[in-house]
Design a protein around this ligand. Sequence first.
Ligand code: SME
Length: 160
Amino acid sequence: MAEELHIGLELNKEQKYIQLLPQIQSLTEGEHNQVANLANISAALMQTFGFWWVGFYLVEGDELVLGPFQGPIACTRIQYGKGVCGTAFAQKKTVLVPDVDQFPGHIACSSASRSEIVVPVIKNEQVLMVIDVDSAKLNDFDAIDQLYLEKLAEMIARKA
Ligand code: SME
């Protein structure tokens, strides 16, 4: 296992994702415990991008339950179809929210959160969990985040 991440400080966001994903692959490949891997993935994303909040909500029946994350404390359970996370769970697709105040039903775990992206991890057409990333800046996520977080979701699904 790599003991530390190597991400060039001078790189742009896409270059950082390109450096980060293979390091996440090697960080997780020797470990089968999902909690351990999701915890390290949260930390790697936080360390690289300094998001306000990053982590996982895991599917339990028709709800999402808080999993490993980095950032302030958060709501523990989200119903299917509720909030940004529950919408990504129900629609089985990424939900990108440039301004959380404009998203009907957004669940404000933290009032500092201004924009958000939620990516479902899907295996055999079932949503297993969602990756949730929050920023304290408006409009902080774009198609680059979506592309690479979806690649990360595929990597997690392959191991699940
Ligand atoms: N804002 C999310 C809730 C989870 S927190 O952001 C960590 C939502 O609307 O689903």
